[in-house]
Ligand binder design. Structure first.
Ligand code: FES
Length: 150
């Protein structure tokens, strides 16, 4: 009759403590290897914070100056809010030419791009420079004197 392999090897009893230690060590290395590989993969697949759901941005209309733009960041975008005809409008600050962030010239009531000279009026329409597309408008809700960007 043959002995069980777990009890004897080559006629000598197997040290159960050593076997258990080897099993735990190999198991621990397997878990560590899996974590080392999966962490960067999961981090890569996770949405960047800028694309995750953010709280709406709220700006009281009373805080908006007549001739200055108020800049806020929402969903990773630089957004310019300006007063227009007693209300307010918001634009994505990225120039539609090559993406530079435009600057607001209050006295001229125009957005100017520092990169290649594009100029947009206070409705976001292009009026000069190497661009034909307007600034992208950002949907806003104005209620009870507060502008909200969702
Ligand atoms: S990036 Fe604005 S004009 Fe070129």
């Amino acid at each position: 009759m043959r002995d069980k392999p777990s009890e004897h090897r080559g006629g000598e009893p197997v040290n159960q403590g050593r076997r258990r230690f080897c099993q735990l060590t190999i198991g621990g290395m397997a878990v560590a290897s899996a974590a080392t590989v999966s962490y960067p993969v999961i981090s890569f697949l996770k949405l960047p914070k800028s694309l995750q759901q953010e709280e709406p941005v709220e700006v009281p209309l009373a805080d908006l100056a007549e001739d200055a733009a108020t800049w806020v960041e929402h969903l990773g975008q630089q957004i310019a809010i300006i007063r227009v005809d007693g209300g307010a409008m918001a634009f994505n600050g990225a120039c539609p030419h090559l993406g530079c962030i435009v600057q607001w010239d209050g006295p001229a009531r125009a957005f100017k791009c520092p990169c290649h000279g594009a100029v947009f009026n206070d409705k976001g329409e292009p009026v000069a420079g190497p661009v034909n597309a307007p600034l992208r408008k950002v949907q806003v809700e104005i209620k009870d004197g507060v502008l909200r960007i969702m």
